[in-house]
Write a protein that binds this ligand. Structure first.
Ligand SMILES: Nc1ncnc2c1ncn2[C@@H]1O[C@H](COP(=O)(O)OP(=O)(O)OP(=O)(O)O)[C@@H](O)[C@H]1O
Ligand SMILES: [Mg+2]
Length: 329
């Protein structure tokens, strides 16, 4: 399988001035992931676990106060790996939206409230496509929007005239108009009702099937991962703590944190309130020693409190960062 994107010991975060001096919030703490051509790769985890920070860094959108504090992000072009974090602005401009695109959290707000939807599309294309006149660009927009099964009449609407679900699907259309190889989507369904969620997910799945690209989707909604992703990474306090085929993880989660995340999944028709993960995620300014999950873990034992488990292969397909699954020498 061809790799499209990989990281090596990626560390990224925010520098904060505290009464004790400058402290780093390592929201991405030593992440190693490898993502393959044509796969849908999911990232799940509670609020504040570092999912958005990871996606921004993968996109190379590292702007103050975010900083890369170590490690690498590589994009694959042909047989070559390019260090995405060393690209010059001009190179980034050429690659963005064509090789890699990003649907940010809350992306419906990309549409300017005082402009019709097509203006945002045209402004975007004008700054990324050379040598085409306005009419040609407009044709391109209409073609893409209808290829995605969306009505072209929405292009002449103002954002407030459209539902949240339609705006979200248009934001997905905007991010995919230059047919990127890799699409990074951050919570593309939050704040939508169930019907609109399904439509947004279906749209992403259709795009993937039609254009045979790769999608990295972040959502805390395990039901969406179950419906759409091929592989899944579980993030906790800036680290990936489990990774593997989604169906296997959902059937037999290895990490106690993953077990809780899945246990708190409501099933369709089940109106009873399920337990969510007990306790709260730790503060990045005061991470527990050892495994960051240990104060909340029902299966904690002594080594968990002092040593951080690495993410290692538990079997051929699965990785976990948990002392329960490590050979302890
Ligand atoms: N601009 C910022 N300045 C300082 N800290 C930040 C900033 N943005 C995020 N953080 C911190 O980094 C950590 C990770 O945040 P991030 O937004 O990546 O999490 P997330 O998993 O995407 O959460 P959510 O599910 O709520 O979107 C959090 O502790 C957050 O408070
Ligand atoms: Mg986020």
């Amino acid at each position: 399988m061809a790799t499209v994107l990989k990281t090596q010991d990626l560390q990224a975060g925010y520098l904060l001035l505290t009464p004790y001096g400058e402290r780093a919030i390592l929201a991405v703490n030593g992440v190693n992931i490898e993502i393959f051509h044509e796969e849908i790769y999911g990232i799940a985890g509670e609020s504040g676990s570092g999912k958005t920070t990871l996606l921004k860094t993968l996109f190379g959108e590292v702007e103050v106060p975010l900083r890369v504090l170590g490690g690498k992000v590589y994009y694959s072009f042909g047989n070559e790996f390019v260090d995405a974090l060393l690209l010059k602005e001009e190179e980034k401009r050429r690659i963005r939206w064509r090789y890699i695109s990003y649907i940010p959290q809350g992306s419906m707000s990309v549409f300017n409230p005082v402009k019709r939807i097509h203006s945002t599309f045209l402004d975007f294309l004008k700054s990324h496509v050379e040598g085409k006149v306005q009419e040609e660009l407009f044709e391109l927009v209409k073609k893409h929007v209808s290829a995605l099964g969306l009505p072209t009449k929405v292009l002449s609407a103002y954002p407030h005239q459209l539902s949240g679900g339609m705006k979200q699907r248009l934001a997905i259309a905007l991010a995919t108009i230059l047919n990127p190889k890799v699409i990074l989507a951050d919570e593309p369904t939050t704040a939508l009702d169930v019907v609109a969620q399904r439509a947004a997910i279906q749209l992403l799945k259709d795009i993937q099937r039609e254009y045979r690209n790769t999608i990295v989707i972040v959502t805390h909604d395990m039901g969406i991962h179950a419906h759409m992703t091929h592989r899944l990474a579980i993030m906790y306090a800036g680290r990936i703590v489990e990774e593997g085929p989604t169906s296997v993880i959902l059937d037999q989660p290895l990490h106690p944190y993953t077990q809780y995340l899945i246990g708190s999944l409501p099933t369709i028709g089940d109106k009873t309130f399920r337990d969510s993960v007990p306790g709260a995620p730790p503060s990045f300014l005061d991470l527990p020693p050892g495994c960051a999950f240990h104060p909340r873990c029902p299966q904690v034992f002594s080594v968990c409190k002092t040593q951080t488990p690495e993410l290692v292969n538990v079997d051929e397909r699965r990785k976990a960062a948990c002392w329960l699954w490590m050979e302890r020498g």
